[in-house]
Design a protein around this ligand. Structure first.
Ligand code: IMP
Length: 190
């Protein structure tokens, strides 16, 4: 049984639940413990990109039992062409200076890897003491750039998934599980 209420009208658009809320929580707890062990005494800064990251970041933070800090950035794509080159526009930058800090870049889902590659390059230029990636869902079928993923939740097939913060045209974020969207819902659009 799900512990959170589910918007019924969105359930009709889901063809299959890939991970239940419980399965996600269990995996996130394990990632949090691993991070706490690796960063003991280092007070890392967790960085996330809004908005898809909200659930994962909130749960991951609470699963880490050492002092950590958090900050967010927000990006938007210039155009489909720019997106294909992995160029994104920074809409909101971090508020925390990161030089000399231990950074953990927390990402909800990685597909081609272009967005992450671009963001990591720009963060690296600010000279953090270290920079590692923690991703919840890894789709590597369409990966164009090899990225070092220190912490990984789940490997998933090349499907479009929604829920637990992930959207399709801003919908479905508040589904407590992660599921596959029916083709008809994808084609219906926003
Ligand atoms: P990439 O640059 O191709 O790796 O795309 C990563 C970004 O695309 C993620 O941060 C998400 O915003 C979005 N994305 C990719 N796949 C999915 C998905 O299956 N569901 C929801 N968003 C996705």
């Amino acid at each position: 049984m799900e512990e959170y209420p589910v918007p019924e009208e969105w359930m009709q658009d889901i063809s299959r639940v890939l991970f239940t809320s419980e399965q996600i929580q269990e995996r996130v707890a394990a990632l949090g413990q691993q991070i706490a062990r690796d960063y003991a005494g280092k007070s890392p800064l967790l960085v996330g990109v809004l908005k898809g990251i909200i659930f994962f970041m909130a749960d991951l933070l609470r699963a880490i039992n050492i002092p950590v800090e958090v900050d967010f950035m927000s990006v938007s794509n210039y155009s489909p062409e720019a997106r294909q080159q992995g160029v994104v526009r920074l809409v909101k930058d971090l508020e925390t200076p990161i030089a000399g800090r231990h950074l953990i870049f927390v990402e909800d889902i990685i597909d081609t890897g272009l967005t992450l590659h671009y963001l990591l390059r720009s963060l690296q230029a600010r000279q953090p003491a270290s920079l590692e990636v923690c991703v919840l869902f890894n789709k590597d079928k369409r990966r164009l750039i090899d990225l070092p993923l220190r912490y990984k939740g789940f490997d998933i097939p090349d499907y479009y998934v929604v829920g637990y913060g992930l959207d399709y045209r801003e919908k479905y974020r508040n589904l407590p599980f992660v599921g596959l969207l029916k083709a008809e819902a994808l084609h219906r659009g926003g």
